[in-house]
Design a protein around this ligand. Structure first.
Ligand code: 48F
Length: 259
């Protein structure tokens, strides 16, 4: 068979357009493909929700790729080791309560789990705004190609609908800041100094629905709460993603079967 370039182009364009159309209305839009967003997306996908993960960079993985200062290792504490098991990420004990895993394996296996769970990835998409109608509930994301943003081009964005959005954008807490800036009842306090123990132990209490239809997780949750940062210990990110998935799933089920 002689390969035909036009067929290759047609295959890419038509299948991607079909996927895009299918995901124009999602159950959950997870914004940010770092460890917390990947965990939330994988678990929600496993529950059968239609989940899209929007990531502004070319590669998925966020701050986990680089491990600690580009040494590709991550530390995970005891409480979260069950999630390493769940996603099939190999690890070794370092000292009591501390486990070490490879960051490349951790990102790859989380991403593979999300793919297996039916999550659709929209990389190179930047969220530049959110949609909040008169009912004061977040109902969609305004997205554009990241290269458009990088080039500073004046190109109007498109909008995708979602029943719940998960802000997993890390230190920038992008969605929370957008809602705050446009007058929504959200306050982003900004993250504090490095204090790993405190930051990791408080992150679950900061993982919550901060605005109707907007769940915050990962480092974004700590940034909103004015909580400390933690550096390359990742247990809290995985646990926070898991908590965000549970909050989103319960809100979606409630919406379907109101009491
Ligand atoms: O920063 P990131 O890895 O977030 P996280 O899941 O994990 C934080 C840790 O990596 C680390 C830490 C914990 O030990 O402190 O920093 O909370 O991933 C956030 C992702 O969001 C993407 C960004 O490219 C990154 O991959 N992102 C940020 N802004 C946007 C976005 C945007 N406007 N649209 C789409 N994606």
């Amino acid at each position: 068979m002689e390969l035909d370039e036009i067929t290759i182009s047609r295959a890419i364009l038509s299948t991607q357009m079909e996927r895009l159309m299918e995901f124009l209305e999602m159950d959950v839009a997870v914004v940010g493909g770092g460890p917390s967003g990947l965990t939330a997306a994988a678990l929600l996908g496993e529950e059968g929700f239609r989940v899209g993960l929007v990531e502004k960079k070319l590669s998925i993985g966020g701050g986990m790729w680089g491990g600690g200062m580009m040494f590709p290792r991550i530390v995970v504490q005891e409480q979260a080791s069950r999630l390493l098991d769940r996603f099939g990420i190999k690890y070794s004990p370092y000292s009591e309560g501390y486990y070490v895993a490879g960051s490349v394996e951790a990102v790859s296996k989380l991403t593979a789990s999300a793919c297996d769970a039916g999550v659709e990835f929209f990389n190179l998409f930047s969220v530049e705004d959110v949609m909040i109608r008169g009912d004061r509930r977040l109902s969609g994301l305004v997205v554009n190609w990241t290269p458009v943003e990088m080039a500073g081009l004046h190109v109007d964005p498109l909008t995708v609908g979602c029943r719940i959005a998960v802000d997993a954008t890390g230190h920038d807490a992008v969605l929370a800041r957008l809602v705050e800036r446009k007058g929504g009842d959200v306050k982003v306090r900004g993250e504090g100094f490095m204090w790993a123990d405190r930051a990791e132990s408080e992150i679950l209490s900061h993982t919550r629905e901060i605005f109707p239809g907007l769940v915050i997780c990962g480092m974004a949750a700590n940034a909103v709460a004015g909580e400390h940062r933690m550096g390359p210990v990742f247990g809290g990110m995985l646990l926070s993603g898991e908590r965000a998935a549970a909050i989103a799933a319960s809100a979606l089920r409630q919406e379907k079967n109101p009491a």
